[in-house]
Design a protein around this ligand. Structure first.
Ligand SMILES: Nc1ncnc2c1ncn2[C@@H]1O[C@H](COP(=O)(O)OP(=O)(O)O)[C@@H](O)[C@H]1O
Ligand SMILES: [Mg+2]
Length: 142
């Protein structure tokens, strides 16, 4: 059956911890390779996952990531506690960023993360509550 769950794992992200930023996406990428997904599918998942992980690192206090994989699809859910996003439509626009000068100095803040996550996903859902946090639910079809 194609909806049989092949894999499920939870990860956590600590806001502001730039020294381990990207480690969840690296781990997820190697899990997806191990499972045997097509390289192009892994690439899309890895790009989306990295951008979402960096957003939690930069803009939230902490977050959890839930990875589930079936033969048909990879689903990655991000749930963070943090400032949230007041205007999602604005945040989704290419080039829009509230990155600080410090973040821009180390190469972040192009404002392309959310648009790229959406571009690389087959299903994309984002919800947010100001002062509480943000949830992102993406599916990449195998
Ligand atoms: N998890 C999040 N929590 C709070 N704000 C976020 C989160 N993810 C994105 N944002 C907001 O959306 C904006 C756009 O995000 P993105 O497209 O990834 O660009 P960038 O990360 O380069 O700023 C961010 O600058 C930030 O204001
Ligand atoms: Mg970003």
């Amino acid at each position: 059956m194609s909806d049989e769950v092949l894999f499920f794992q939870e990860f956590s992200i600590t806001g502001g911890d730039f020294s381990s930023a990207g480690s969840v996406s690296t781990e997820i990428k190697s899990i997806l390779k191990e499972i045997g997904f097509h390289p192009s599918v892994i690439r899309r998942a890895a790009i989306a996952c990295y951008e979402a992980e960096m957003n939690v690192t930069m803009y939230a206090e902490r977050g959890v990531v839930r990875l589930s994989a079936t033969p048909a699809a990879i689903r990655i859910q991000f749930e963070d506690e943090g400032q949230g996003i007041a205007d999602i439509e604005l945040a989704m626009q290419e080039g829009y960023s509230t990155a600080t000068p410090e973040m821009r100095e180390i190469g972040f803040g192009a404002g392309m993360g959310l648009p790229n996550i959406k571009k690389n996903s087959d299903e994309f859902e984002i919800t947010s509550e100001v002062g509480r946090g943000t949830k992102l639910d993406i599916v990449i079809k195998a």
